[in-house]
Design a protein around this ligand. Structure first.
Ligand code: GTP
Ligand code: MG
Length: 317
C-alpha cells in the first residue's frame, strides 16, 4: 500500500482515513460497503456470516479518500474459524480512525449488539463510533426514528447516528459526507480508480461462494469454502491438471464442504444445482474480469475444516 503523495488531494482541505463497519452477522455491512464504493467488491447474502475476511473498499471523492473496511459479522465463536474471524475483526478495530456500528432498522437492539460494543470499546477505547441504522427501506419512518433513538442510547451522547439504505441508495451520499467530515486532513492512500486491494483470485473465489450460498439450507453456508486452484490463459497448458486451453481463460476452482453428505447438496439432483452455481458465478466473474471464461468447479470434502487448524490455514484462514 503506497502513499500517493502526488494525488491532487495535496490540495488544501483534502481528507483521508479508514472507517470500519462492525455489527452482528447479516446487518448489511457488505452491502453498505459496496454502495459506498459504487461497485461490488464484497459478496453479500441473506445467510449470516457471509463475510470471512477483512475487505477494503476505496471511496474516491473530490475532497477525500475513504478506505472502508468491511469485516465479518461478530458473534460469540463456536468454532476455530469463528475465533479466527473474531481475532481479525479485533485487529481491525485498533487500526481504523472511525468505527461504523451497524444495526438494521427493523431489528431490536439486543445482547448481541451490547456484546459487540463491549468488544469494540475494549480493543479501541479512544476511537470514535458512528451509529449507522441500516436497511431503512424495509420499515416505516416511525420505526426508523425509534431505532435512531435506541442506537443513540446504546452508544451514548458522544456518538452521532445516521440512517441509511444500501439497497435504495437513500442517504448513501449523506453517510459519505458524514464519514468525510470525521476524517483528518491527509493525502490519498490509493491511486485514482483503485476500488479495492483484494487480489483478483480472492474476488473470484468469493463470487463462486456467493453463487453457491444462494438457496442452500441452514448449516451448509458455514461449511463451504472456495479455493481457486489454477488459472490458465488462452493458449497455455495447465500445469497440475495437464488440460489445455485454446480460446478462453480457464478457471479451476474447488468448493470444499465438511462432510460427504454435503457434497450431494452442493451438486444437486443430476448436477443441476452445481450447473446453476457455475453459470451464475461465471457471469459474475466475466463481469469482474471483462472477458469470457470457462469455469471448472470441483466439489471436495475437507472433513471438519472449520475446527482443524491445518486445514484452516490451507484454506487461507
Ligand atoms: N431491505 C434491505 N436489505 C438489505 C440492505 N442492505 C443489505 N440488505 C440485505 O441484508 C442481507 C445481509 O446483507 P450483507 O451485506 O451480506 O450483511 P453483512 O452484515 O455483510 O453480513 P455478514 O457478512 O454475514 O456479517 C442481504 O440479504 C442483503 O441483501 C438494505 O439497505 N435494505
Ligand atoms: Mg458481510
Amino acid at each position: 500500500m503506497g502513499v500517493d503523495t502526488d494525488h491532487d488531494g495535496g490540495a488544501a482541505g483534502f481528507r483521508s482515513g479508514f472507517v470500519c463497519f462492525v455489527g452482528r452477522p447479516n446487518t448489511g455491512k457488505s452491502t453498505l460497503t459496496n454502495a459506498l464504493v459504487g461497485q461490488k467488491i464484497a459478496i453479500t447474502s441473506n445467510r449470516p456470516q457471509t463475510t470471512r475476511h477483512v475487505v477494503r473498499g476505496i471511496v474516491h471523492r473530490p475532497d477525500a479518500q475513504l478506505v472502508v473496511v468491511d469485516t465479518p459479522g461478530l458473534h460469540r465463536p463456536r468454532t476455530l474459524l469463528g475465533e479466527r474471524l473474531n481475532d481479525l475483526v479485533h485487529e481491525t478495530y485498533a487500526e481504523v480512525d472511525l468505527i461504523g456500528f451497524c444495526v438494521p432498522a427493523g431489528d431490536k437492539i439486543g445482547p448481541g449488539d451490547r456484546w459487540i460494543l463491549e468488544q469494540v470499546r475494549r480493543s479501541a477505547p479512544r476511537t470514535e463510533i458512528l451509529g449507522i441504522v441500516t436497511k431503512i427501506d424495509a420499515v416505516g419512518k416511525a420505526k426508523v426514528a425509534e431505532q435512531l433513538l435506541a442506537l443513540s442510547e446504546l452508544l451514548g451522547p458522544e456518538s452521532d447516528v445516521v440512517p441509511v439504505s444500501a439497497q435504495s441508495g437513500e442517504q448513501i451520499e449523506v453517510l459519505a459526507d458524514v464519514l468525510t467530515g470525521k476524517m483528518e486532513p491527509g493525502p490519498a492512500f490509493y491511486p485514482d480508480g483503485e476500488i479495492t486491494d483484494e487480489p483478483e483470485t480472492t474476488l473470484m473465489a468469493e463470487l463462486i461462494r456467493e453463487a453457491a450460498l444462494e438457496g442452500v439450507r441452514e448449516e451448509l453456508p458455514h461449511s463451504l469454502a472456495v479455493v481457486i486452484e489454477e488459472i490458465v490463459e488462452p493458449g497455455e497448458t495447465a500445469g497440475a491438471s495437464g488440460a489445455g486451453s485454446e480460446d478462453l481463460l480457464e478457471v479451476y476452482a474447488v468448493m470444499y464442504v465438511e462432510r460427504e453428505s454435503q457434497k450431494g447438496i452442493v451438486i444437486g439432483r443430476g448436477g443441476t444445482r452445481l450447473r446453476n452455481v457455475r453459470r451464475n458465478a461465471r457471469k459474475q466473474i466475466e463481469a469482474l474480469l471483462g472477458t469470457p471464461i470457462r469455469l471448472h468447479l470441483h466439489v471436495k470434502v475437507a472433513k471438519d475444516w472449520q475446527r482443524d487448524p491445518k486445514k484452516l490455514s490451507r484454506l487461507g484462514f
